[in-house]
Design a protein around this ligand. Structure first.
Ligand code: NDP
Length: 293
């Protein structure tokens, strides 16, 4: 088994991003600027947003955090998004999910200007991705594609089984893996909670992408020897053994699956770090007007 090391790849890509950000600053007199909106104080969301902000600073971006209490109304939030949409000094805008129940995430996603939608969730970006046109690719799938590329994983003609069909991970991942591109050119099976014979499906996979949200859901008996395993899961449990007070688990039973896999991502240290790189790449591309003018 070999590790698909998110720390190694993400640090390498961040150095390249930092160089480009410095060149952008020299040319334009400003830094690429990412704004994140965080509603409430969910522990996981706090950690993810803090990490995104910290990484912005690391590569020489400006980052701003707009915080709201869970009592914020949908109208107030949408109004703020409209305001940021109009701000020429902002290149990327993300709203950390999940949102409180009284706020419709679809409305939020559609209100963000697609030209600043560096999470790649807006229907315009998803539609353009579908048609293989320049767009912001959702940050997690983008990060996974960069990881596969960095390790020269051969995907052509392989059977890729994606477990999970969310709009932000599973569904876009299935489209990217099926595209006529490299990485890509896979035969893709997209599975979900209603899939019959899930174990048999996964057993046929040369590449498994697990985005389920259930700790250690994918076990060794579901894996074909030599398969490539991408574990997107970030299942957070409180722990007395760590300084932070919690521990992250993937959707894959790493201990028992890794001996039979050819390549595997660890959790933490895998896809999560690459997601941040995807976000930074999109923000830089937005600042440089590489996708939309
Ligand atoms: P969602 O909850 O939106 O989607 C989960 C998917 O898993 C659904 O499609 C669901 O099926 C499917 N599923 C649930 N139970 C089963 C089952 N028993 N058998 C087969 N399929 C099942 O989750 P996300 O896609 O947002 O996230 C998935 C995981 O990835 C989470 O742990 C999340 O924290 C993590 N994540 C990690 C990121 C990173 O940067 N590493 C970024 C984003 C997410 P159905 O549609 O039928 O309900």
């Amino acid at each position: 088994m070999q590790l698909l090391d998110g720390k190694y790849v993400s640090e390498k890509v961040k150095l390249e991003i930092a160089d480009e950000a410095a060149a952008f600053l020299a040319e334009s007199g400003r830094k690429p600027h990412l704004v994140a909106i965080l509603v409430g104080n969910d522990g996981g969301s706090e950690t993810y947003v803090a990490s995104k902000m910290k990484n912005c600073e690391k590569v020489g971006f400006q980052s701003s955090l707009v915080r709201y209490d869970t009592s914020v109304t949908e109208a107030e939030l949408l109004q703020k998004i409209e305001e940021i949409n109009q701000d020429a000094g902002v290149d990327g805008l993300i709203v950390q999910l999940p949102l409180p129940k009284h706020i419709d995430p679809e409305k939020v996603t559609e209100t963000i200007d697609y030209r600043k939608d560096v999470d790649g969730f807006h229907p315009v970006n998803l539609g353009r991705m579908m048609r293989n046109l320049p767009c912001f690719i959702p940050a997690t799938p983008y990060g996974i594609m960069m990881m596969l590329q960095a390790y020269h994983i051969d995907t052509v003609g392989k059977h890729c089984v994606v477990v999970g069909r969310s709009n932000i991970v599973g569904s876009p991942m299935s489209i990217l893996m099926a595209r006529n591109a490299n990485p890509g050119n896979c035969t893709v099976t997209l599975t979900h909670s209603k899939t019959a014979n899930l174990k048999e499906m996964i057993l046929q996979a040369d590449i498994v992408i697990a985005a389920i949200g259930k700790k250690n859901f994918i076990t060794a008996d579901m894996i074909k020897p030599g398969a490539v395993i991408i574990d997107v899961g970030m299942n957070r449990e409180t722990s007395t053994q760590t300084k932070s007070g919690y521990k992250l688990y993937g959707d894959v039973d790493f201990e028992n699956v890794s001996p039979i896999a050819s390549w595997i991502t660890p959790v933490p240290g895998g896809v999560g770090l690459m997601t941040i790189v995807g976000l930074l790449k999109n923000t830089l591309a937005s600042a440089k007007k590489e996708i939309y003018s």
